[in-house]
Design a protein around this ligand. Structure first.
Ligand SMILES: Nc1ncnc2c1ncn2[C@@H]1O[C@H](COP(=O)(O)OP(=O)(O)OP(=O)(O)O)[C@@H](O)[C@H]1O
Length: 246
C-alpha cells in the first residue's frame, strides 16, 4: 500500500505536560482520513508537527516518504494546508488574497485563482473585502488557498469551523469529489462526529493526547454501536479500564 502520511511514535509535550504522546498511524493515497477527538485531545498539535509549524520531542512523521523535520521542502512540496483559522488580509478582497498567495507558486496559471474560488463557492463574493466575510466565508477562502497549488495531500484542521449547514455540505461534497475524481488525499481533523461519519473513509480516534483506535467505515457499520458517538464513548471507557488495570 502506498502511504502518503506515516506517523510513528510522535510525542510532543508542552511545559504544562499536555500535548500528544506516542501517536502512530498511516494514511493511504486517496483516502479521506478523519482525525477525530474532543477539544484539547491533540489534533492541532499533531497537524502542526505534520506541517512543520512545531517540532516533535520524539518520533517521526513522513509525508510522501520524506521526513518532515529533516527534508521539509521535499515533504511539503505537494501539500496544501489549513491549520486553525484561516488568515487573510481583511482590507483586500478574497480574489486579491489568493493572487497574493499564488505568488508563492510562480508557474501557477492565473485562472487557477478563479477555479478554486468556484470550487469552494466563493466566486460570487470574490471581489468583496475579506473584512466583510463571515467566519464560514473566511474558512472557505482558507480552503481555496490550501487547494491553490493543486496539492496531492490536503491537511485541514476543523475546516467547517463556523460554517452554516449549507456551507458544511458544500465543503464536504467538494472534498469527497476531489478525493474521488483526482485521487487527492485528505487528512481532516474535527470534533464534529456527524461530519466525520459522512465524509471519511477511515477515522483515527484521539483523546487526551493519545491515539486510541482506528475505525474504517465498515468497522463502524459492523460495530454493535449505533453511531460513531457511541463507538467513541466505548473506546474511551475501554481505555479508562485498561489504564486502571496497569
Ligand atoms: N502552546 C501550548 N502551550 C501549552 N499547552 C498547549 C499549547 N498548545 C496546546 N496545548 C495543550 O495541549 C493539548 C492539546 O491541544 P490541541 O490544541 O492540540 O488540541 P485540539 O484537539 O486541537 O483541541 P481543539 O479541538 O480545542 O482545537 C491541550 O491540553 C492544550 O491545552
Amino acid at each position: 500500500m502506498e502511504y502518503v502520511i506515516e506517523v510513528s511514535g510522535l510525542t510532543k509535550k508542552y511545559s504544562n505536560n499536555r500535548g500528544i504522546e506516542n501517536m502512530s498511524f498511516n494514511v493511504a493515497k486517496g483516502e479521506i482520513y478523519g482525525f477525530f477527538g474532543p477539544n484539547g485531545s491533540g489534533k492541532t498539535t499533531l497537524m502542526k508537527i505534520l506541517t512543520g509549524l512545531c517540532k516533535a520531542d520524539k518520533g517521526q512523521a513522513l509525508l510522501f516518504g520524506y521526513d518532515i523535520s529533516s527534508q521539509f521542502e521535499l515533504a511539503m512540496a505537494q501539500v496544501g494546508c489549513l491549520i486553525e483559522t484561516a488568515d487573510a488580509y481583511t482590507y483586500m478582497s478574497g480574489y486579491q488574497n489568493l493572487v497574493l498567495a499564488a505568488r508563492f507558486y510562480p508557474s501557477l496559471p492565473r485562472k487557477r485563482v478563479d477555479e478554486v474560488l468556484e470550487l469552494v463557492g466563493l466566486a460570487p463574493f470574490a471581489k468583496e473585502k475579506v473584512g466583510h466575510y463571515s467566519l464560514g466565508m473566511k474558512q472557505r477562502l482558507g480552503l481555496a488557498s490550501a487547494l491553490l497549488s493543486s496539492p496531492q495531500l490536503v491537511i485541514l484542521d476543523e475546516p467547517t469551523n463556523g460554517m452554516d449547514i449549507e456551507g458544511m455540505v458544500d465543503v464536504r461534497e467538494t472534498i469527497i469529489q476531489l478525493a474521488r475524481e483526482q485521487g487527492i488525499t485528505f487528512f481532516i481533523s474535527s470534533h464534529l462526529i456527524r461530519e466525520m461519519e459522512l465524509m471519511c473513509s477511515r477515522i483515527g480516534i484521539v483523546n487526551q493526547g493519545k491515539f486510541l483506535k482506528e475505525a474504517s467505515r465498515s468497522d463502524l457499520l459492523e460495530s454493535p454501536h449505533e453511531s460513531l458517538e457511541q463507538y467513541f464513548l466505548a473506546q474511551i471507557a475501554e481505555e479508562r479500564e485498561r489504564v486502571s488495570y496497569v
